[in-house]
Design a protein around this ligand. Structure first.
Ligand SMILES: [Zn+2]
Ligand SMILES: [Zn+2]
Length: 383
């Protein structure tokens, strides 16, 4: 490491006014220090600066604690899994395809939780609250409410059926995913916005696993090779196994971030514009969930799948912008710490809220790297 990192030359950040180490980004507020680049640095997402905020990456949006290589591997595994589902469907192995589709994201997610140690020092209580509990609620809701919906459909009560499917189900689903994150976000171990995103995503994924497990159970109990139109099955499994999981995860992450904002907004002096406020986040999550539920009743499956993909894209985009803004605002309270290796760009830099070289927010580092001396010092802490 160069000697300069031990005693970095300081410059004044035009955005926050702090004296910070000279670099591409302000270590305090994350604003770009390069002349001519907007301080909001939308070209470099604060949780993963290699991507633009507008680059709607699956891994960096919902799995923000992975290092760059982990993100690429995760994306390839997800893509390979979807291709395996399509191959199994093409071979008329619908039951196996359904099992892979339903389990693909949950398995990857549990690997991520382990790899990034998102659960901190209490793995079992965290897993119980943001995986087992929402999974059980998903199963329970599908068995109970699903039974009522089937009964109404048989009776031909169309209007009440629509209210249940488009309004009650999405709202109850969002509420069920919030129980665990709401309990955990009060703990001191989970006080960063990226913790809120990861806990919400876990809860949403587990809830969706519960719902889809009930839905595909009769298929799994049936014959190995079955009859059907492969194209229809591909769309159906893509929607139920992958797209609905993504909608539920992103919606739950957004609600979880809204809870975080309510709890920490004033202490972290967050942006007060209404578009990024907690009520706006809740409104976007609810609107997206209801839109996807409404798409679910269209008889045209292709339209349904394409509409759901557009809704996911917009939901992810809003989530990324909201998290990016929160990270830039949140960084202001962090001091200049000792020199350490940045977990994102691997350069030796002064430990601050943001890496002065690549601009990543330190809370995006896997937890074990943060505990290994890279945890930003907070005001009032010694060392
Ligand atoms: Zn600054
Ligand atoms: Zn860096």
């Amino acid at each position: 490491m160069s000697e300069g990192a031990e005693h970095p030359s300081l410059v004044r950040c035009a955005n926050c006014g702090h004296e910070v180490p000279d670099g591409a980004y302000c270590g305090h507020c994350g604003a770009s220090l390069v002349a001519g680049v907007a301080k909001g640095r939308r070209h470099a997402y604060a949780a993963a600066p290699a991507e633009s905020v507008y680059h709607v990456g699956l891994a960096t949006t919902l799995f923000p604690h992975l290092a760059r290589r982990g993100n690429a591997m995760f994306a390839w595994c997800a893509l390979t899994g979807v291709l395996v589902v399509f191959v199994l469907v093409a071979l008329n192995l619908f039951a196996s395809a359904a099992a892979v589709a339903v389990l693909l994201l949950p398995v990857l997610y549990l690997l991520y939780l382990y790899e990034a140690r998102v659960y901190g020092n209490h793995p079992w209580s965290v897993l119980a609250l943001v995986f087992v509990l929402p999974l059980a609620l998903g199963v329970l809701m599908d068995v109970l409410l699903g039974g009522v919906i089937t009964g109404l459909a048989l009776q031909g009560d169309r209007s009440l059926l629509l209210v249940l499917e488009i309004l009650l189900w999405p709202l109850l689903a969002l509420a069920a995913t919030m129980v665990g994150p709401a309990l955990l976000l009060g703990r001191s171990a989970f006080e960063e916005v990226l913790d809120a995103v990861a806990l919400g995503a876990s809860s949403g994924l587990a809830f969706n696993l519960g719902v889809s497990a009930v839905a595909v159970w009769p298929l799994l109990a049936g014959p190995v090779v079955s009859e059907g139109v492969p194209a229809q099955w591909m769309l159906l499994l893509l929607r139920e196994g992958v797209l609905m999981a993504l909608v539920t995860m992103a919606g739950a992450s957004l609600l979880s971030a809204a809870i975080w904002r309510r709890r920490h907004g004033s202490s972290k002096r967050l942006d007060e514009r209404w578009f990024w406020s907690a009520p706006a986040m809740v409104a976007v999550a609810v609107a997206a969930r209801i839109t996807v539920a409404a798409l679910g009743i269209t008889p045209r499956l292709l339209l349904n799948v394409l509409g759901t993909i557009v809704a996911i894209f917009l939901l992810f985009l809003y989530l990324r912008l909201a998290v990016h803004n929160a990270l830039l605002e949140e960084g202001r309270e962090l001091e200049i710490g000792p020199t350490s290796t940045c977990p994102e760009c691997h350069r030796l830099v002064p430990t601050m809220g943001f890496c002065p070289a690549c601009g990543v927010n330190r809370s995006a580092a896997p937890r074990q790297h943060r505990l290994g001396g890279a945890t930003p010092a907070r005001p009032g802490e010694t060392g």
